[in-house]
Each structure stands twice: as C-alpha cells, then as structure tokens.
Write a protein that binds this ligand. Structure first.
Ligand SMILES: *Cc1c(COP(=O)(O)O)cnc(C)c1O
Length: 218
C-alpha cells in the first residue's frame, strides 16, 4: 500500500473524536504532501529545521505540531512555525515560549509531556510532578495548556504500554477537574504505530503515527 492508502485506512478506522497526527520526521515534503492529500489534518515534526522546510512547501493547509524535545533557544523559531507544542517539559521552556507569545500577541496551545515510564534518558515531567508543574504555569497567560502528551517506554507488545497510558490518563482526568485560568484539558496525545489502538482504549484522542503511514524509516 502507498502512503495515501495507509493514511486513509487509519483515518477511516478512528473512532469519532480521535485526531491523527502524522509523525513526519525524516520524511520528505513530497511524502508528507501525499498524506495530506489523503486527509491528514495535523503533521507532527520533531525538529525545527525540518519543520521549517516542509512548512515552506505545504503551508497552512494543515496544523503543525511540535512533537520532539524543544530546546529553550529554539522557542522563538518554534512559535513562528508551530500551531501547538506537544512537548512542554520545563519551566524554562514555558517561560521562553510565553515571552515570545506575548511579543506576538498570540496565545500558544501546549501539551505537557509526561515521562510516564520514568525513564532518566527521556524528557518530560514525572507523573507525580505534573500537577505542581501545571500550577507553576499559572502566570503564563499567553500559553494555553490543553492537555498531556506521553511517549511511554519502547515496548515489544502493545499491552506492555497500557499501564503507562493508563497512568497518564488518570492524571489527565484529575487535572480536568478544577478550573484554571490558562488551562483547558482537552487533548490526551498518546500512542504510535504499534500502540495506538491500546492508547485509544486508554483514552487518547490525539495519536501520533509515522511508520504505519510512511513505512519504515531508513
Ligand atoms: C517518531 C514519533 C512518533 C511516531 O512513531 P512511529 O513508531 O513511527 O509511528 C510518535 N511520537 C513521537 C514523539 C515521535 O518522535
């Protein structure tokens, strides 16, 4: 199957309310265009430079999400490029993004990245620290915290990912409760090519898929 057919097949199988992000790292603008022609509405990029090249070709026909770790010194560029940052993982980054958002007179939607596997080599906020982190974002009026994102550990069987998705969803549900000024918990971004079905069962409404659309990365 080609990119278009694979993208269409996944889109057709999604329950209502679940949004697909095409994870496009390492793919050409041509490949991403094919996915867009098939109905993809959101493209996820891990690197600012790569995003910039593809946005120049594809433009605002789709929404662009940052799904990779974002260095604080790239905040300004990221604000110019992305519609949403799914990987907010530090107060320093939040401060920089808010600073430039204020300058641009813009409100930037962000998701907090949760390190659900508590893996030292991965970025993201530890599950038990997410609520405190959210409270520290309260004064950053030009950020809109719209949910949580998690990667979870690399697993060989999707069932092994379930506890990490479940824990993230429980945090999401908890934070949904009390109203906060710059926060509206709408999106739970979890699940990749091998795990998206499990992620949806555990409440994901944003899934990020690369390989199952574009084929294996070379
Ligand atoms: C690459 C990537 C994905 C997609 O991974 P696949 O296994 O290719 O579907 C999802 N999320 C993030 C953050 C990624 O970097």
């Amino acid at each position: 199957m080609g990119i278009q057919e694979k993208a269409k097949e996944i889109l057709a199988s999604l329950p209502p309310g679940v949004n697909l992000v095409a994870a496009a790292k390492g793919r050409s603008a041509e490949e991403v265009s094919q996915a867009v022609d098939a109905g993809i509405k959101i493209v996820g990029e891990n690197y600012v430079q790569e995003a910039e090249k593809k946005i120049a070709v594809i433009g605002c026909r789709v929404k662009w999400h940052c799904i990779g770790h974002l260095q604080t010194n790239k905040a300004k560029k990221a604000l110019e490029l992305f519609d949403m940052i799914e990987t907010l993982d530090s107060l320093a980054l939040a401060g920089e993004l808010n600073k430039y958002a204020v300058k641009e007179g813009r409100v930037l939607p962000v998701l907090i990245e949760v390190n659900s596997g508590r893996e030292p080599q991965k970025s993201g906020i530890l599950p038990e620290e997410v609520e405190g982190f959210l409270e520290q974002l309260a004064g950053l009026a030009n950020l809109k915290i719209e949910g949580l994102m998690t990667m979870g550990p690399l697993v060989s069987n999707p069932e092994e990912a379930r506890p990490f998705f479940r824990e993230t969803r429980l945090i999401f549900e908890k934070l949904k409760g009390p109203p906060r000024a710059n926060c509206e918990m709408k999106y739970l971004s979890m699940g990749m090519s091998d795990t998206w079905k499990t992620a949806i069962e555990e409440g994901a409404n944003l899934i990020r898929i690369g390989t199952a659309i574009f084929g294996p990365r070379t």
